[in-house]
Design a protein around this ligand. Structure first.
Ligand code: PEP
Ligand code: MG
Length: 842
């Protein structure tokens, strides 16, 4: 072997070596060599060299062995470009044979030498000769006796003597590892993790540091942080008389590293070695700019560093590690921001199923709202409320949810529905209140009358039985799965503050109630981008008044009932203004079809008839009359404002009166934003604007006080986007409601799409669920057109997005490029959006 052969190279500080040609392990070892750490002599084989070996073209083994001197003991480990892509198992102790065994026995004792030989025979048999591990089942535990038995078992199975030539041994190990990488299963596994089809494997051949032998000998791993929390704390294990990663499997015999009440430690056993390993690990952290796990061997008291691996970490630890590296001046803050995957923050914001726990999956659906919770299955909102009153966590199971279920949803720990997609009612509310939610679980048979669920594998779950909803992964699990608590710790807050200093697009929250607004403020949203006022009417006392309003025969009757709703709305808005402390609050005027507020079954009709003092038949008739074939495209949004203007008048008055109330107390005057939903024509805006202005004038006159407000339009019909040029001059802002806009652009019901969405995505009809990830081609084109035409006609118009896509990192990138001022999303998605927005500006 020539030292300058780029494909088979001794690792020196200057040898040409790259992650993309020799793999991450080889590159990392070179960095450790440059740091002058005690790394055993190592040769790296490039992707090309390994590829040729797999094809049967073996390198000159004598030349390959030459740098290791007489009778070396070696190990071979994989070195792929990305450690996540896996690779064949490492093989240790290559080079041991009868002769070497005899010499070793003299040097390190009979037992240790036999142990090393026995380990190699077994590893070679299993990984190279591909024998069944059962072949060694009866081999004695004692290595001296076991060795002879293992050699005989090998010969019996293969009809060959165990190879004695180190060149043959090494060649066979290299060939088998190279071929294992090219196998179909390995290829499919790594491709599933994002590896390209032609991903290469490098191999490193390293002189073995003997963890088995006289004096203090053993092996272990050390890292300076806890992988679950990122807290600074030396963790790892050490096992005397062991090799490789034995210490991690070492059970009770393995030592802790630092002094530990649970048992003896390496620090006590071998203080100098411990201090040296710690110093090396610290040096790696500083120079490799990463939290590393050190793989080490102590050979008769002498420390060897075999490898450094990026510390495995969950999301919480990833945040803590990135922040600590930046605070220690090792990486810049911008890099810390880039090192955390925004979506991973969900793990910190919600409880999660412990990833290490066994999962008994009953069924899958759409992961509509992240987090996990367990509870007893209930099938109605009333049962959910009853369970909450008893202090019992419950999972509310519905075919789909409707506004009537809101109180039950608040009472439940999690939601499971048969129907619906990412923007169905259950999904939107679930995300809004941080409730784990799986929707569209259509593989489950929902027998709600019989109060049971039949799972795809035939298992039945009845009311009262416990299940766990994993809204992060879209799974329904049997029983009560172990959960990890949410962890919004100091590192999280620090990272978020850095994100805010960096980003150039604001993040607001969609918040409907004071509780939502509190959340929004806690998550440091820069205001409320969408308050869906209809969500304020689902409490019992209000619902009855609302129903009276819907049943009012004349405009006067309706106005009289609205008078009673006015103080309630005024109090709601005043609360929101107070909570948001001068941040902008955008209130959307009433949007949904009125019949959503009416009971759907006869019992509900009877109850309502009692409350309104009307015959049941009247109620039933009116409910039927209000029914629509396609309510999402019917009498809702601004259409209500045009046909029943008293509702918007009441809301505008409540907003203005609350503005004056809140401004009196606060320092800066509140400037409310009023948004008109479902607009499709300029004239709609003119009509509503005239009335809102008139209400403002009336309130100013009555109170003898001035105030300002901003009126805007929600662009959520394709026509509003196309005609933005004529709408924008009338308003201060345009906010794109991409839920309805997606629904209408695709002609795809947001409440029914769940049924076929997975088939569509699987067959590549749509690259993703467009309710989840903004369709930048189609819906995005309407956004661009709306933004351009709106801005051309009114250069001051503020542009934003308030559909569910507002919390999605890819969609935020689109909105930023389109020049939007802010995105608005559910409170729990605000941190993800803040980080994603910051990453765009780094
Ligand atoms: C929208 O349509 O995008 C929107 C935000 O409004 P809603 O989801 O209430 O229809
Ligand atoms: Mg909408």
């Amino acid at each position: 072997m020539q030292q300058y052969d780029p494909d088979i190279t001794l690792i020196t500080p200057t040898a040409p070596m790259h992650t993309g040609t020799h793999g991450g392990r080889a590159k990392c070892l070179q960095r450790l060599v440059r740091l002058d750490l005690p790394v055993p002599r190592t040769i790296a084989l490039s992707f090309d060299a390994v590829h040729r070996i797999a094809a049967g073209e073996m390198p000159d083994m004598a030349a390959l062995l030459a740098p290791f001197g007489e009778m070396p003991l070696l190990c071979v480990r994989p070195s792929s470009e990305d450690p996540d892509w896996g690779g064949p198992n490492a093989v240790l102790n290559i080079g041991v044979n009868d002769a070497r065994h005899a010499v070793l026995a003299e040097k390190i004792g009979q037992r240790a030498a036999a142990d090393i030989y026995l380990r190699f025979v077994q590893a070679y048999a299993i990984h190279v000769a591909r024998l069944d591990p059962d072949v060694f089942e009866d081999v004695a535990q004692d290595p001296v006796q076991g060795l002879g038995e293992a050699l005989r078992a090998y010969e019996d199975e293969t009809d060959e003597e165990f190879p004695q030539d180190p060149g043959v041994q090494l060649g066979q190990v290299l060939r088998s590892m190279a071929r294992a990488w090219e196998g179909t299963t390995a290829r499919l596994l790594r491709q599933a993790k994002g590896a390209p089809a032609d991903a290469g494997l490098g191999l490193v051949v390293q002189e073995l540091a003997l963890g088995i032998g006289p004096g203090e000998s053993g092996s272990g791993v050390m890292q300076l942080v806890d992988s679950r929390t990122g807290a600074r704390q030396i963790t790892g294990r050490y096992l005397s008389q062991s090799q490789g990663r034995d210490a991690l499997r070492g059970g009770e015999d393995a030592l802790y590293l630092t002094r530990d009440p649970r048992g003896p430690s390496l620090e006590e056993l071998a203080p100098a070695a411990f201090a040296e390993i710690r110093a090396h690990t610290l040096l790696m952290r500083e120079t490799l700019r990463e939290e590393m796990q050190t793989e080490f061997t102590i050979e008769d008291g002498r420390v060897w560093i075999l490898d450094g691996i990026r510390v495995a970490r969950n999301a919480r630890a990833a945040v803590a590690i990135a922040v600590a590296l930046a605070e220690d001046g090792i990486i810049p803050r911008e890099e810390a921001l880039m090192r955390v995957e925004p979506r991973a923050l969900n793990e910190l914001l919600h409880r999660q199923v412990d990833p290490e726990a066994r999962r008994d999956v009953l069924a899958h659906g759409i992961a509509a709202s992240p987090g996990a919770a367990s509870g007893k299955v209930v099938f109605t909102a009333a049962e959910a409320q009853a369970a909450a009153a008893r202090g019992e966590p419950c999972v509310l199971v519905r075919r789909e949810t409707s506004p009537e279920d809101i109180r039950g949803m608040h009472a439940a720990s999690a939601i499971l529905t048969e129907r619906g997609g990412m923007t169905s009612h259950a999904a939107v509310i679930g995300r809004g209140i941080g409730l784990p939610c799986v929707v569209g679980a259509s593989d489950i048979r929902f027998q709600t009358r019989r109060k049971m669920l039949t799972m795809p594998d035939g298992r039945v779950v009845k009311a009262g039985e416990t299940i766990t909803i994993d809204g992060t992964n879209g799974a329904v699990l049997a029983g009560e799965a172990p959960l990890l608590e949410a962890a919004r710790d100091a590192a999280f807050q620090t990272l978020m503050n850095w994100a805010d200093d960096t980003r150039d697009i604001a993040v607001r929250a969609n918040a409907d109630t004071p509780a939502d607004a509190e959340l929004a403020r806690n998550f440091k949203a820069r205001g409320i981008g969408l308050c869906r006022t209809e969500h304020m009417f689902f409490e019992d006392d209000r619902l009855t008044v609302m129903r009276e309003m819907i049943f009012a025969d004349t405009s006067e009757d309706r106005a009289a009932v609205l008078e009673r709703l006015l103080p309630m709305q005024r109090a709601d808005f005043a609360d929101l203004f107070r909570i948001m402390q001068g941040q902008p609050v955008c209130i959307r005027l009433f949007d949904p079809p009125l019949h959503e507020f009416l009971p759907t079954d006869r019992a509900g009709h009877v109850q309502l008839a009692g409350a309104l003092d009307l015959p049941v038949s009247d109620v039933t008739r009116r409910v039927e009359a209000l029914g629509e074939y396609n309510p999402m495209l019917g009498m809702r949004g601004v259409r209500l404002g045009i046909t029943m203007p008293e509702i918007y008048d009441m809301q505008a008055r409540a907003i203005f009166e609350a503005t004056l109330e809140a401004s009196r107390e606060g320092e800066a005057p509140v400037v409310p934003e009023i948004m008109i939903p479902l607009v499709s024509a300029r004239r709609e805006v003119e009509i509503v604007k005239t009335r809102v202005d008139a209400v403002a004038a009336a309130v100013r006159g009555e109170r003898q006080r001035d105030f300002a407000y901003r009126l805007g339009v929600m662009v959520e019909t394709p026509r509003a986007a196309l005609r933005a040029g004529e709408i924008a001059p009338l308003v201060s802002f345009l906010s794109f409601g991409t839920n309805d806009l997606t629904q209408m652009t695709y002609g795809l019901s947001r409440d029914d799409a769940g049924r076929f969405m997975s088939a569509y995505v699987q067959q590549g009809v749509y690259p993703e669920d467009p309710f989840h990830v903004l369709d930048t081609d189609g819906v995005g084109e309407l956004l661009r057109i709306g933004a351009e035409r709106g801005r051309a006609a009114n250069p001051d118009v503020v542009l934003s997005i308030c559909g569910e896509h507002g919390g999605n990192p890819e969609s935020i990138s689109f909105c930023r490029e389109a020049g939007f001022t802010y995105v608005s999303c559910s409170p729990f998605r605000v941190p993800v959006a803040r980080l994603a927005a910051a990453q765009l500006s780094v």
